[in-house]
Design a protein around this ligand. Structure first.
Ligand code: IMP
Length: 194
């Protein structure tokens, strides 16, 4: 019999991706919106603290085990910026186009264009779980000046994988999941939960 797990996100893409792998270990994943859970604050300076806060919030309001993720793009020449602030790098209202314009402008005077996507996943058995299960993943690439590709979201059209000479937006969803920060973190989490 499958166990229900609440996902601290209402993103349909994440729900599908997470559901497929977690079904292998008998978890049925349901988004927090189904339970009327509002989005949690993400006030912290680290990905893991934000993900933990989101997971605890969802578990507390539903009484169910919960899974949360936090992710972003970290640019080496900018000291890891935008990092945890990736979604709102160019301020409110959040806009992928404005974020990408700002990133390209901020990097214009730097020769080092290397960057990586980072994702952390946190699973809690209950809201006060003293031993959250944590897994992470990292995907290295380069930030380019002009967009390529129509897939993905966020910074993907500007995130080049030099070995494939493709941006993340030129990968299919399956190709991206097989190598991305989020795919790596999810597979690592499933192994830990097995
Ligand atoms: P969140 O963890 O879903 O809140 O994502 C934070 C932000 O990081 C997103 O809004 C994007 O700007 C960026 N980001 C995270 N993962 C990806 C990705 O796979 N592609 C493009 N942008 C991403």
């Amino acid at each position: 019999m499958s166990r229900t797990l609440v996902l601290a996100s209402n993103n349909a893409g994440k729900l599908k991706e997470f559901s497929q792998l977690l079904a292998q270990i008998d978890f049925e994943v349901r988004p927090q919106g189904e339970f009327g859970v509002p989005e949690a604050e993400e006030p912290y300076l680290t990905f893991v603290e934000n993900a933990l806060a989101k997971a605890r919030h969802a578990a507390r309001l539903t009484g169910l085990p919960a899974l949360a993720d936090d992710s972003g793009v970290c640019v080496n020449a900018l000291g890891g910026v935008p990092g945890v602030l990736s979604a709102r790098y160019a301020g409110e209202p959040k806009s992928d186009a404005a974020n990408n314009r700002k990133l390209v402008a901020d990097l214009a005077s730097h020769a080092d264009k290397s960057a990586y996507y980072y994702c952390v996943l946190v699973f809690v058995r209950h809201a006060d779980d003293p031993q959250p299960v944590i897994a992470d993943g990292r995907w290295n690439g380069l930030i380019i000046n002009a967009p390529r590709g129509a897939g993905g979201f966020g910074y993907d059209p500007y995130f080049l994988l030099p070995e494939q000479n493709k941006t993340a937006a030129e990968f299919s969803a399956e190709e991206k999941n097989a190598v991305s920060h989020r795919g790596q973190a999810l597979r690592a989490l499933v192994e830990k939960l097995r």
